[in-house]
Design a protein around this ligand. Structure first.
Ligand SMILES: *[C@@H]1O[C@H](CO)[C@@H](O)[C@H](O)[C@H]1NC(C)=O
Length: 298
């Protein structure tokens, strides 16, 4: 920059200052203007802060809502597609996550709750998560698992009528999954494990107690294609925490508040990484069932 141009700039600045002082508005208006500018600037700051936050949460369902069905369909993960592509009758290949409060009745839930409470009364983990699998008989006890059917008391706990009711509940959910994901009911099979889970705020004693890690169901058990959770207790009433969180994108988590009788159904592949938030107080009970395309196309 030459000295003359510097000089010119200085002169220009001086002129601007003169213009400003010359046309200064009366103090009433200037106060108003300062105030309105402040409002605009504050608005911009709030907007930037909000949009640049680490991310946000989108609710898939709150405890207070009663929903016929709500959810989203989306592309399956490529691993999942590759596998089911080799079984042509498994199409259409719909992935996604849905919830419904209308699949099972409160009467159904009360029967399952009775089975769960009686079963867990015979055992229970020393840490925060206990399971009871009526198929294999596995029941958490301390830091281990026992076979609930080896206990004498088990005979009094599980009566035939309750077990039939449990079977019917599983069939209802199976039909809902088949309908939601457009799969022939004959192609969709229950797979193991299916279990009751009881979660509380105790510190973990073993790895089995750590239910709050992000995971993909299909990476835990390869045979899984769909996962269902039936909530037997209410978020905010029976317990705090315990929401189901899907990691949708780095900027957005999809949250689900448990509601007694609510069913969550989702494809088990990498399109649905999720975790359960730690329960901070109270006791949460759920029934978890996995489904598979077993014989389709083979
Ligand atoms: C979603 O949850 C995960 C696991 O807790 C967390 O690390 C991440 O920050 C959350 N993302 C958003 C956008 O809140």
């Amino acid at each position: 920059m030459t000295t003359t141009s510097k000089k010119n700039k200085a002169i220009q600045k001086e002129a601007e200052v003169n213009v400003k002082t010359k046309y200064t508005t009366p103090s009433f208006y200037s106060k108003q203007r300062i105030w309105s500018r402040f409002v605009v600037v504050a608005g911009v700051i709030v907007y930037i802060w909000y949009t640049s936050k680490d991310g946000k949460e989108t609710s898939l369902g709150r405890q207070k809502e009663i929903l016929q069905q709500r959810g989203q369909a989306f592309q399956c993960d490529s691993d999942y597609l590759e596998e089911i592509n080799s079984f042509p009758s498994c199409i259409p290949k719909k992935c996604g996550r849905y919830i419904s409060d209308k699949i099972v009745t409160i009467n159904d839930v009360d029967i399952l709750l009775k089975i769960a409470k009686r079963g867990f009364a015979l055992g229970g983990s020393d840490g925060g998560a206990s399971i009871l699998d009526l198929h294999s008989g596995a029941l958490s006890l301390g830091e281990k698992f026992i076979n609930v059917y080896s206990l004498d008391k088990a005979k009094d706990v599980f009566n035939a009528a309750d077990l039939v009711a449990y079977k019917i509940v599983k069939a209802k959910i199976q039909h809902a999954i088949a309908e939601t994901f457009q799969i022939g009911i004959d192609s969709l099979h229950l797979t193991h494990p299916t279990f009751f889970s009881r979660l509380n705020s105790l510190d973990a004693r073993t790895i089995h107690d750590e239910y709050w890690h992000v995971h993909v169901d299909k990476e835990v058990y390869e045979s899984f294609h769909y996962t269902s959770l039936l909530y037997l207790s209410d978020f905010g009433k029976d317990f705090q925490g315990g929401r189901l969180i899907f990691l949708d994108s780095p900027k957005n988590n999809i949250t689900l508040e448990p509601r007694k009788g609510r069913v969550a159904m989702f494809s088990s592949g990498r399109e649905n990484p999720h975790f359960v938030e730690r329960v901070t107080s109270g006791v949460m009970r759920i029934n978890i069932v996995y489904y598979t395309f077993r014989f389709c196309g083979r």
